[in-house]
Design a protein around this ligand. Structure first.
Ligand SMILES: [Zn+2]
Length: 282
């Protein structure tokens, strides 16, 4: 979905928050435009189809959200008029029904229950599910709820971590490649996979004349190159971020040894450094 389309549907949308679900690979609702063109999106994102006739919803709406049934008032679903949920039940769009005639939403019913409690009574979800409800709130475009959840420990941690990762280029792709490389390199003997990363915040441009840029450089050993990036975070911070994420995902990471700097010298030192990450698969 293009940024301007998001803005059109959610004038108050915080795009940096929206990008969170995209990065995380979460499904994201998409919308049809006011000009009635269907916004086709990639993946399993839900596409709202325009309704030729204005859809007439009953005052009490039976819902099937991912297999869990709810009954609620239409006024509850449309309480926040700028939300995606209100748009869904505005009558401008068609919503499929299941075989029993319940309006079907292809999302997680467990978390929708908390969304509904918020719409009904303003009740916030328990702390231990706040991050999941936050993502659902994002899906339904419920920005008031998102705002309130951002001050819970789990959601604020999620947002800080996300902002931290966003400093580095192609972070999730680099992480996936790190894991795949480690798997490929894991030997039968000790089941440890080594990954050499050449990380550089700034491109090294030698100033010394006669500096041989084709020297036998440590950076040539790298499986993965990461850089350059604009943010202030240095290479060490990047490696720590990557390692911490891998550990949090459940990988057994041997903490990297001190970085290895290139030893080449001709008028000046080569500034390139490599980092070694080792994942043990046992
Ligand atoms: Zn070098």
């Amino acid at each position: 979905m293009a940024a301007d389309e998001v803005q059109e549907f959610f004038p108050s949308a915080n795009l940096s928050l929206l990008s969170l679900s995209e990065i995380a690979g979460e499904k994201q609702a998409s919308y049809i435009h006011s000009n009635q063109k269907v916004q086709k999106s990639t993946g399993d994102a839900e596409v709202l189809e325009p309704s030729d006739e204005k859809e007439k919803f009953p005052r009490i709406v039976p819902l099937n959200v991912g297999g869990i049934h709810f009954m609620t008032r239409l006024s509850t679903l449309t309480k926040y008029s700028d939300s995606m949920l209100a748009a869904m039940f505005s009558g401008r769009h068609h919503i499929d029904k299941d075989k029993d005639g319940n309006y079907f939403i292809d999302s997680n019913g467990r978390y929708f229950g908390y969304i509904l409690e918020y719409l009904r009574h303003g009740t916030l979800a328990p702390k231990d599910v706040a991050e999941y409800v936050y993502k659902e709130a994002m899906y339904y475009g419920l920005y008031d709820l998102m705002e309130q959840l951002t001050t819970t420990p789990r959601v604020s941690k999620l947002l800080v971590s996300e902002a931290h990762r966003a400093q580095f280029p192609n972070y999730f792709e680099v992480k996936q490649r790190t894991i795949k490389t480690a798997v490929e390199n894991a030997t039968v003997l000790n089941k440890a996979g080594e990954v050499i990363i050449y990380a550089f915040r700034k491109e090294f441009v030698p100033k010394a004349p006669n500096f041989n840029t084709n020297h036998n450089c440590v950076a040539d050993q790298a499986h993965i190159n990461v850089g350059p990036w604009e943010a202030l975070a240095d290479e060490e911070t990047f490696i720590r971020c990557l390692e911490n994420d891998l550990v949090e995902d459940g990988f057994n990471v041997m903490r990297h040894e001190a970085k290895r700097r290139c030893k080449y010298y001709y008028g000046q030192n080569c500034q390139k450094c490599i980092y070694r990450i080792q994942i043990v698969f046992s």
